[in-house]
Design a binder for this molecule. Structure first.
Ligand code: BGC
Length: 824
C-alpha cells in the first residue's frame, strides 16, 4: 500500500482536463472504475461482499467462498474471528481480481423485521463498531479496500430508495453513526452512501457526508454511492459524494462538465473527488507510479500477498460458524458423546437444503454446501442417519441440483443456456452447471431471449410427481418433450430494480418423475430490464406438493424410531432477503406444528434454527435443546456436527434480542408513513428498549449457553487512566468439567442523571477460553466514549457510573461504582 502526499495527488490531478476528471467519477461498468492511462491509473474492480467475495461474475464456474453471514460472525463476539474473516475476504478478493470489497454492512438491527438483518452485525453500536473495525483493518492490511455501508440509517428495506428517516441527533450519533465512526477511525478507505434520505435529504446529497464524516472523523477516502443511489448532478456533486456507481451512464458525466462550466459546481470540488479516488487507487495498487516520482510516504509494509489457500478459507468458514452458534436451551441433551447417538433422524427441508447465506447482493455462489445431514454423516460414519424433508419452508422453487440435469449438447451434468437475438439467431451458447443463473452486465448485446435446455431425470428420493417450474421475470414458455407445458408472463413483486433477483415471479407444472424429460424454457428479456443488464432465472422444483399432515406423520414415525431427532427449522428466500422487509417473525409454513409433533414423539428432540435473524420459537420450552445456527456459510453442516458432538463449544452469544412474541417487540415497524420512517424511540433500540419497557424476550441480548459452568468474582473498577478510560478487572472461573468459552460483558448504568439514558448499555466485552477447573483474571478497558452522551457535542456527565459485569444483558451478577468522573 502506498500513501500519496497531497502535493503528489494535486500534481496528478493537474495533468487531467475537466472531461478526463469527470469521467473518472462514474463507474466504467457495473463493477469497475474507469482507467486513465495518461496518469498510469488502471481500472479498479468492486465486488459484494460482505460474506465472501463474488467477483465480477455471478457464476458457478467461478465459485466463491461462502462465509457465515454477519449475524453469525457477530454472535462470536470475537474480534479475532472478525480479523480472520476479514483476512479471508481479502484473500478471496485477491484471488478474484477484486480491489474493493463492498462491506461490511454496519447498519443496526433496529427492528427484527429488517430484511437485511442477517447482513448486519447487531442491535448494539459498540459490538457492531468493534467488529467492523476489526474486519476493515484485516481486509485492508492485505491491500484490499473495505467499504462500510450503507451510510446511514438504512436499517430497513421498505421503500429503501426513497424513504426518509426522521431521527434525532442523539440517536444518530450514539447509535447509527457510531459504527461508521469506528470503521472510519480504523482507517476505512471507502464508505458507501445509502439509498434513503435522512431528515429530508437523500444520503448522496446529505451534509452528513461532510460532517461528521470528513470534518470530525477525518475520512480521506472515497464515498461510493450505493448502486444507482445518485440521482442528481449538481446537488450530489456539491455534496461530499465522490464516485457514482454503476456506470458508464449516470447523472454526472457531461451534465457535470456542463455544471462546472456554468459555475453551479466548482472545479475544485471535482478535483477533490478525483484526488480521493487516486488516493484510493494508490492504496490498492491501481496507480502505476513507476514513471513518476516514487510515492513520498510509503508505509514500508508493501502489499502483503495473502497466503490463504482454499483450505484456509474453508477452515475459517467452519470455525466462525461453530464459534457463532448460540445454544439457547439445553436440558442435558448436548453435547452428545463423540461416538454420537446410534440413530439420528434429521428432519426438515433445511436438514438437506440449509440456507447458508441471505438473499440479495450479498449472495455468492459456493462450489459446495455442507448441510446438516451431510455434516453429521461425515462426522458419524457408523451412525444411522435418516433424513426426512419435514414440511415445506421455501416458497417458490429450489434450483434443480446438478445430479438431475444433463446438458443435451455435451452430455455433461447441467444445462445449456443460449441467448438469441430478435431473429432467433444464437448470440451465445454456453454450458452451465447450475439451476439458478444470474447475469449482471454479461448479457450479450442484442439478446432478446434466453433459452435453457436440459434433460431432467429426477432423483431416486423424489416423489412420483414434482412441480417443475421457472422463476424470473418476463414472458416465459416451457416445453416438455417438445410439447408446450407453460406459457405465461412472470412478474416480480417488491422493488422494481432488483425484483428478478429478490422476488421473481414463479410458474410450475406437474411432471412425472418415472422417465427423463427434455425441458426447454424460453424467456423474453425486455421485461427484466428495470436493473440494466440484470437477468436472473431459475429452473427448479417447488417443495409444496407434499401434504403437511402426511409429512408430519412420517416425520413423527421416524423420530419415534430414532434415538435422537434433530429438527432443522428456518426461513426461506422470500422471508429474509435484501429488497423487502419481513412481514412476520413466525417460521414459514407448518414448521411449528412439525416441531411440536416430533418433540411429543421423542423427548430427545434438538431443534437447529437456520435463520439469519430472530424467529419465534413458541415450542422452545418443550424440546430438549435449541441451537441457533444462523446462515452458517458453506461449512454449516460440519460446524453443526462439531458443536453437537462437543468437539467445539457452541461459542455464540446473541448479538440481538430474540422475542417470544411479535407484539412484545418494542421497536418493530419498518414501514414508512407518507414516505417517512420516524425513529421516535430515540436511543432506545434493541435490549435498551426491552429493558426500558420492562418486557421479557425469549432470549436476551448477550445470552448463550455453553457446555461448562462459570463463576465471576472479584470485580475491581480502577480509577480513570490518564486517557480517561476506566479499566475493570474480574476473575473468570470455569467451574465445570470441560474447557469452554465464555463472553464476559460489561454494561454501564447511571443511577441519577439529568440525561435520558438507557437502563444500561454495553460498554465492553471479551471472549475468554478457560480450561476445566481453572480461572483467569481478565481486564477490559472501557473507553471514555462509553461514558459520554451527545448533546451538540460529546459530554461526560460528572459523577458516578455503575459497572455491571456478567454473561448477558440480564445476567449481571457483579456490580461496582466508578470513581466520580469529571465533566468533559
Ligand atoms: C446494495 C448494496 C450492494 C450494491 C451492489 C445494492 O443494491 O444495497 O449493498 O453493494 O447493490 O450490488
Amino acid at each position: 500500500m502506498s500513501e500519496l502526499t497531497d502535493d503528489t495527488l494535486h500534481a496528478l490531478v493537474g495533468k487531467l482536463d475537466l472531461a478526463q476528471k469527470v469521467r473518472l467519477l462514474t463507474g466504467a461498468d457495473i463493477w469497475s472504475t474507469p482507467e486513465e492511462p495518461a496518469i498510469g491509473l488502471r481500472s479498479m474492480t468492486l465486488s459484494d461482499g460482505p460474506s465472501g467475495v463474488r467477483g465480477p461474475v455471478w457464476d458457478e464456474r467461478d465459485p466463491s467462498l461462502n462465509l457465515p453471514s454477519a449475524t453469525a460472525l457477530a454472535a462470536t463476539w470475537d474480534l479475532e474471528m472478525a480479523r480472520a474473516y476479514g483476512a479471508t475476504s481479502a484473500a478471496e478478493a485477491r484471488r478474484k481480481g477484486v480491489d474493493i470489497v463492498l462491506g461490511p454492512t454496519i447498519n443496526l438491527q433496529r427492528s427484527p423485521l429488517g430484511g437485511r438483518h442477517f447482513e448486519a452485525f447487531s442491535e448494539d453500536p459498540l459490538l457492531t463498531g468493534q467488529l467492523a473495525a476489526a474486519y476493515v483493518r484485516a481486509v485492508q492490511e492485505h491491500g484490499i479496500a473495505a467499504t462500510p455501508k450503507h451510510y446511514v440509517a438504512n436499517d430497513f428495506e421498505t421503500d429503501r430508495y426513497t424513504a426518509d428517516v426522521e431521527v434525532g441527533d442523539r440517536a444518530l450519533r450514539e447509535l447509527y453513526l457510531a459504527p461508521f465512526e469506528a470503521a472510519v477511525r480504523a482507517g476505512a478507505w471507502l464508505v458507501m452512501s445509502a439509498y434513503n434520505a435522512v431528515r429530508g435529504v437523500t444520503m448522496t446529497e446529505n451534509r452528513l457526508l461532510t460532517a461528521p464524516l470528513r470534518t470530525e472523523w477525518k475520512f480521506d477516502g472515497v464515498v461510493v454511492s450505493d448502486w444507482t443511489a445518485v440521482r442528481s448532478t449538481v446537488a450530489s456533486a456539491n455534496a461530499d459524494q465522490d464516485l457514482v456507481m454503476p456506470g458508464p451512464e449516470g447523472p454526472w458525466g457531461e451534465e457535470l462538465v456542463a455544471a462546472v462550466r456554468a459555475g453551479t459546481v466548482q472545479e475544485a470540488a471535482v478535483d477533490a473527488k478525483v484526488a480521493r479516488l487516486l488516493r484510493l487507487a494508490a492504496r490498492v495498487g491501481a496507480l502505476d507510479m513507476t514513471d513518476r516520482d516514487a510515492p513520498v510516504a510509503a508505509d514500508g509494509v508493501g502489499r502483503s500477498r495473502v497466503s490463504h489457500t482454499p483450505d484456509t478459507g474453508l477452515r475459517v468458514a467452519r470455525e466462525v460458524a461453530a464459534a457463532g452458534m448460540v445454544l439457547v436451551r439445553n436440558e442435558g441433551e448436548l453435547p452428545w458423546p463423540s461416538a454420537g447417538p446410534g440413530t439420528i433422524a434429521v428432519i426438515g427441508e433445511a436438514g438437506s437444503w440449509p440456507r447458508t447465506q441471505g438473499g440479495g447482493s450479498a449472495t455468492v455462489v459456493p462450489d459446495e454446501v455442507i448441510g446438516p445431514v451431510q455434516g453429521l454423516r461425515t462426522a458419524l460414519p457408523d451412525a444411522t442417519i435418516v433424513a426426512h424433508p419435514g414440511v415445506p419452508v421455501q416458497t417458490g422453487i429450489h434450483p434443480l441440483p446438478l445430479t438431475v440435469m444433463t446438458d443435451p449438447y455435451t452430455g455433461e451434468p447441467g444445462l445449456r443456456a443460449r441467448f438469441l437475438d430478435g431473429d432467433g439467431a444464437e448470440l451465445l451458447s454456453e454450458h452451465r452447471g447450475a439451476g439458478q443463473l444470474v447475469y449482471l452486465g454479461t448479457v450479450p448485446k442484442g439478446a432478446v431471449t434466453l433459452e435453457l435446455t436440459t434433460e431432467y431425470l429426477a432423483g431416486p428420493d423424489d416423489p412420483e410427481t414434482v412441480l417443475l417450474g421457472v422463476a424470473g421475470i418476463g414472458a416465459t414458455r416451457m416445453e416438455i418433450d417438445g410439447a408446450p407445458a407453460l406459457d405465461t408472463v412472470l412478474t416480480g413483486s417488491g422493488e422494481a430494480l432488483g425484483a428478478a433477483l429478490f422476488t421473481p415471479g414463479v410458474a410450475t407444472v406437474p411432471v412425472s418423475t418415472d422417465v427423463a424429460h427434455v425441458v426447454r424454457v424460453r424467456q423474453q428479456l425486455e421485461a427484466g430490464a428495470a436493473m440494466p443488464g440484470l437477468v436472473a432465472i431459475t429452473l427448479g422444483t417447488a417443495g409444496g406438493t407434499a401434504n403437511p399432515a402426511k409429512s408430519i406423520a412420517e416425520a413423527v414415525a421416524l423420530a419415534r424410531a430414532s434415538d435422537v431427532a434433530v429438527v432443522v427449522v428456518g426461513t426461506g428466500s422470500r422471508t429474509e432477503s435484501e429488497g423487502f422487509d419481513r412481514t412476520t417473525l413466525a417460521l414459514p409454513g407448518a414448521q411449528d406444528e412439525l416441531v411440536r409433533a416430533v418433540a411429543a414423539a421423542n423427548p430427545r428432540t434438538v431443534v437447529v434454527v437456520n435463520s439469519g435473524g430472530p424467529v419465534l420459537l413458541p415450542w422452545r420450552d418443550d424440546v430438549a435443546a435449541v441451537l441457533l445456527a444462523w446462515f452458517g456459510g458453506q461449512q454449516l453442516g460440519h460446524a453443526l456436527a462439531d458443536v453437537l458432538l462437543g468437539h467445539r463449544e457452541p461459542g455464540g452469544r446473541l448479538p440481538t434480542t430474540w422475542p417470544a412474541a411479535e407484539s412484545d417487540v418494542p421497536v418493530l415497524s419498518t414501514t414508512p408513513v407518507r414516505g417517512v420512517l420516524r425513529y421516535d424511540e430515540g436511543i432506545h433500540i434493541g435490549y435498551r428498549a426491552w429493558l426500558k419497557a420492562g418486557a421479557r424476550p425469549a432470549y436476551p441480548f448477550g445470552h448463550g449457553l455453553g457446555y461448562t459452568s462459570w463463576a465471576l468474582t472479584d470485580l475491581v473498577v480502577a480509577d480513570p487512566t490518564v486517557n480517561g478510560s476506566v479499566d475493570i478487572e474480574v476473575t473468570v472461573h470455569n467451574t465445570g468439567a470441560r474447557a469452554g468459552k465464555q463472553v464476559v460483558q460489561v454494561y454501564l448504568s447511571r443511577a441519577e442523571s439529568d440525561v435520558d439514558r438507557p437502563v444500561r448499555w454495553l460498554a465492553g466485552f471479551t471472549p475468554v477460553e478457560v480450561e476445566a477447573g481453572r480461572s483467569v483474571r481478565i481486564r477490559i478497558p472501557l473507553s471514555p466514549r462509553t461514558f459520554a452522551h451527545w448533546d451538540e457535542n460529546w459530554h461526560i456527565e460528572p459523577g458516578v457510573f455503575t459497572v455491571h459485569v456478567g454473561t448477558s444483558s440480564t445476567d449481571l451478577p457483579l456490580s461496582a461504582d466508578t470513581a466520580a468522573l469529571a465533566a468533559v
